[in-house]
Ligand binder design. Structure first.
Ligand code: SF4
Length: 456
């Protein structure tokens, strides 16, 4: 998620525009996307949302270039078709973990909507508080005007040069049959578009607006299309226009989850942490960064996730970033973790406070990235004793993690060891996160841990 350095104070009490000054519109002349962006801005102005309470999630395609036109609101540019899934996660996190203030808006084209159909259907079924604006110009504009699942019959596109012979999907019908509570369809030049977008954003649940518009580069010249002909296209396809469903009193998923799941007794440390609503932080008193590397298949990333669970249950803020080769099952596996009693503004780690090296695969990756050269003298480096390599910077300690815990528990063993030694998290929360995942290995693991702590 990116945000400019402009703060809400920069806007004063009245927000007159959420767009950057004098934007250089990235779209072709006459493209409907420009109109849609202007109407979104007007809708936001009419709602007077604080910029920090708006998250715009964009998809791939020409419409995905929109996020650079806005200032100060949160913007997330995502992979093709997945914008609704990202937005669903953002909205759920906000409704369950935070103050339920965020308004999340998805901008997606017809290509992305077809690729990500399941995400749209699922968001509608959940009734997450997300507004999806589907900018349907009937083609994949950015890649050369190929037909999409929304292309009307007889339409000439790069992939249907003799005219499309497959009937298009009616996305509004599909979403309504998935229990979407707020659904509408209109054209980009509709005088009511600003009001429709504002109503959709204000609705406290899933809202979708399909906006028929022109791709002047491809759809227009191939099909002699004009703005006024868009309504005829809709009629030919039997698409109903206007506000088709104006909201129901079905509760949004976040509220149902809070009411029905989080109020039930649980053994889960993650749910306990959420339920406790961030207890007073225990453990560290300032931000701490930790990097752990090992080999694929040895549960490095899930061990880091377990530490993060313990940290959340300790009332700390947490970020975790994973990396591994695309092969998944071979090579290195890496996790970068920030733990902090305060909000974490930046997730990158240049020089970790703690570095854990569990295998030569992991060591090679650190060399490749130049991490070992950047280590400060205060970095605590915990390296498995089986890795016979020099580490010239930092305070280096060698331990028999792999020998004591075995390859698949070495990562969680190392992290529990380090967390206990350095009091990174609350010890009860650590046990609560670690013990359930050990199952039958618990006695062996606990014995090995006692042995290790005795030596430390
Ligand atoms: S290619 Fe089509 S959709 Fe893309 S900017 Fe140009 S007119 Fe708009």
């Amino acid at each position: 998620m990116t945000r400019t350095s402009v703060t809400s104070e920069s806007f004063g009490p009245q927000v007159n525009s959420y767009l950057i000054d004098n934007p250089l519109w990235p779209f072709c002349k006459g493209c409907g996307h420009t109109m849609v962006i202007r109407r979104i801005n007007e809708a936001l102005v009419s709602l007077q949302l604080q910029p920090q309470d708006v998250a715009l999630v964009t998809d791939i395609g020409c419409i995905g270039m929109s996020d650079g036109l806005f200032r100060a609101i949160h913007t997330v540019h995502t992979t093709h078709g997945r914008s609704t899934a990202f937005a669903t996660g953002i909205a759920l996190a906000d409704s369950v973990l935070a103050e339920k203030k965020l308004k999340t808006i998805v901008l997606i084209g017809d290509g992305g909507a077809m690729i990500g159909l399941q995400h749209l259907v699922h968001a509608a079924m959940l009734n997450v508080d997300v507004t999806v604006l589907i900018c349907n110009n009937f083609v994949y504009g950015m890649t050369g005007g190929q037909g999409s699942g929304f292309t009307p019959e007889c339409f000439v596109t790069a992939t249907t040069p003799d005219g499309n012979i497959v009937p298009p999907v009616d996305i509004c019908e599909m979403l309504m049959s998935s229990n979407a509570a707020f659904v509408g369809r209109t054209i980009a030049t509709d005088k009511e578009l600003t009001s429709l977008i504002a109503q959709a954003i204000a609705y406290p649940g899933f809202a979708a607006l399909e906006i028929l518009e022109l791709c002047t580069e491809f759809a227009v010249p191939q099909n002699e299309l004009t703005g006024t002909k868009l309504l005829a296209v809709a009629e030919q396809n039997g698409w109903s226009m206007g506000l088709l469903r104006a909201g129901t009193d079905r509760p949004p998923f976040g509220k149902k989850y809070l009411d029905n799941i989080l109020t039930k007794p649980t053994q889960s440390p993650r749910k306990s942490a959420v339920r406790k609503n961030l207890p007073k932080p225990m453990g560290i008193d300032g931000p701490v960064s930790l990097m752990i590397v090992g080999s694929a298949g040895e549960k490095v990333q899930s061990a880091a996730a377990t530490l993060c669970q313990a940290a959340v249950a300790s009332g700390l803020r947490v970020t975790q970033k994973n990396d591994n080769p695309v092969t998944q099952g071979s090579g290195f596996s890496l996790s970068e973790v920030w733990l902090s009693p305060e909000e974490i503004g930046f997730t990158g780690i240049d020089r970790p406070d703690y570095l854990v090296i569990l295998s030569t695969d992991g060591y090679r990756e650190l060399v490749e990235r130049g991490v070992l050269l950047r280590l400060g003298n205060t970095t605590k480096v915990y390296i498995d004793e089986s890795i016979d390599v020099p580490v010239e910077h930092g305070k280096v300690k060698r331990h028999a993690y792999r020998k004591l815990f075995g390859p698949t528990l070495a990562a969680v063993g190392a992290l529990v060891h380090i967390a206990r030694l350095n009091r990174l998290v609350d010890s009860e929360a650590l046990d609560g996160a670690v013990q359930p995942r050990l199952k039958n290995d618990a006695p062996k693991f606990n014995q090995a841990m006692e042995q290790l702590m005795g030596k430390s």
